[in-house]
Design a protein around this ligand. Structure first.
Ligand code: G3H
Ligand code: 13P
Ligand code: ZN
Length: 327
């Protein structure tokens, strides 16, 4: 089943490690045809991987596991590869492993060479021409290795990895530019800016997304899978649970489920979630620490944290993204 061409430690990244991961091609094709979205969940430890894959497996949904550069720095790429391999081995669903917000060619190349099936090059902070140049360089390399590429056009408000973007600098995606960008880069999917932002503080007033821009982009690019970053709903019950157990997360607000559901039905193929998983994990850990001060066995708080993450992912897959039974 799972075979290795790896011969020794020194060759770890030079040899191809064969893990039966899939690219996002087939899952996106199905999502565009059947109008649902695939959840892309950020991972950086074992509990997250197990919870996400267990939930997707139970719901018979395809799933994307994504890793940011800072998650790679934290967990180390070889540990991540091994844990993902274990998850793939013990599940029956299509799983893609994706680099989230790759900031340069070298990071994308490292992940392609390590066995990722999808990479994001996020050159959205550069001007249009430079974004095209960097994206095209990544596309040429990734495609030569059978790996797909997500790129970004437009700027989300909030924090993009190590790049701080203020509200004023956030720029919605221009649909005409999106069309030209796809023609000139040949990238496989496109992250667009329609009003979301990363983290727990997405909206000051009511949550609102620019569905008119999404519709225009889809009209010009009907066959390009569209990606929504910053799409956590910042689940109010989890924020409350954190705050009731000593946290200070006030005024947090995300994208409500009904808006995300609408996005999935109207052409968004990939919905990125990180913040909600962080909240789920933190809420349960804080609760155990607060209610059971004598606990010091990590399994006693990481176990409930893992269960909470799984139920968050199950809810999204079943009730919001509508990807259950699409594996
Ligand atoms: O979009 C950013 C993701 O939430 C990853 O965040 O760089 O803190 O891992 P991170
Ligand atoms: P959230 O911060 O809304 O979870 O967004 C995550 C994301 O876009 C990862 O790329
Ligand atoms: Zn993102």
């Amino acid at each position: 089943m799972i075979s290795y061409l790896r011969k020794n430690k020194a060759n770890y990244f030079k040899e191809v490690i064969i893990i039966p991961l899939v690219t996002t091609n087939e899952m996106f094709e199905k999502s565009m045809k059947e109008h649902f979205a695939i959840g892309a969940f950020n991972i950086n430890n074992m509990e997250l991987i197990q919870a996400i894959v267990d939930a997707a497996d139970e719901a018979k949904s395809p799933v994307i596991l994504q890793v940011s550069p800072s998650a790679i720095k934290y967990a180390r790429i070889n540990y991540l590869m091994k844990m993902v391999e274990a998850a793939v081995e013990t599940s029956d669903i299509p799983i893609a492993l994706h680099l989230d917000h790759g900031l340069d060619f070298e990071t994308c190349k490292m992940c392609v060479d390590a066995g990722f099936t999808s990479v994001m090059i996020d050159a959205s902070k550069y001007d249009f021409e430079e974004n095209i140049r960097i994206t095209k360089e990544v596309v040429d390399y990734a495609h030569s290795k059978g790996v797909v590429v997500e790129a970004e056009l437009g700027t989300l408000a909030g924090i993009e990895d190590e790049v701080n973007v203020s509200d004023d600098d956030a720029k919605y995606t221009d649909p005409n530019q999106a069309y030209e960008f796809i023609q000139r880069t040949g990238c496989d999917s496109l992250a667009i800016a329609i009003g979301t932002s990363h983290g727990a503080y997405k909206f000051k007033g009511d949550a609102k997304l620019r569905f008119d821009i999404l519709a225009e982009v889809k009209e010009k690019l009907p066959n390009t899978p569209i990606v929504l970053h910053g799409a956590s709903s910042v689940i109010p019950e989890l924020v409350d649970m954190c705050n009731n157990n000593g946290a200070d997360i006030m005024g947090a607000k995300g994208v409500p489920d009904d808006i995300l559901k609408q996005a999935g039905k109207n052409g968004v193929s990939k919905i990125n979630v990180d913040t909600d998983l962080r909240l789920a994990m933190t809420a349960q850990i804080r609760k155990v620490f607060n209610e059971e001060p004598s606990v010091f066995d990590p399994r006693k708080y990481l176990g409930p944290a893992r269960d909470e993450i799984k139920s968050v992912v199950l809810h999204k897959i079943n009730d919001v993204f509508c990807s259950s039974n699409k594996a």
